[in-house]
Design a protein. Structure first.
Ligand code: 5GP
Ligand code: ZN
Length: 124
């Protein structure tokens, strides 16, 4: 299978790792969209959250806890951060190996610009 994140997990493609255990790997995103932008992946190939099954329950929990840990190690705990996973075309998923984006280090834009404080036109 020609999966770039499987190759990163195997070590055949290099990455800037920040965390690794038997099940999960975390590394810097190659095109960061925030001052801190890390990716957490299960080493097992799962194409997206939509392809996860009940047998992946523990693996998903491990990935979430790894996201918390790498955020903590990056100093984001107090300022806050975002954990996101994209699923399919409308979400803009380009790598079809489940990954959690861990982003922070600045005030992040709202998920929906219409609801962000910058463009909130509701009367106060
Ligand atoms: P998606 O849009 O699929 O949720 O996000 C895929 C992410 O993987 C993007 O943020 C992209 O910059 C990152 N990415 C793609 N290829 C590589 C790579 O070879 N190495 C690393 N470190 N990140 C990658
Ligand atoms: Zn893969």
């Amino acid at each position: 299978m020609d999966c770039i994140f499987c190759k990163i997990a195997e070590g055949t493609i290099p990455s800037r790792k920040v965390y690794e255990d038997d099940h999960v790997l975390a590394f810097h995103d190659i095109q960061p969209q925030a001052p801190v932008h890390l990716l957490v992946i299960p080493k097992k190939h799962v194409a997206s959250l939509d392809d996860a099954s009940p047998e992946d329950l523990e693996l998903l929990g491990r990935a979430m806890l790894a996201a918390k840990q790498v955020a903590r190690d990056a100093g984001l705990t107090d300022s806050g951060y975002r954990v996101v996973t994209n699923i399919g075309p409308d979400a803009g998923q380009v790598v079809f190996h489940l990954h959690l984006h861990v982003m922070g280090g600045e005030k992040l834009a709202g998920l929906n610009p219409k609801n962000s404080s910058e463009s909130d036109t509701r009367p106060s």
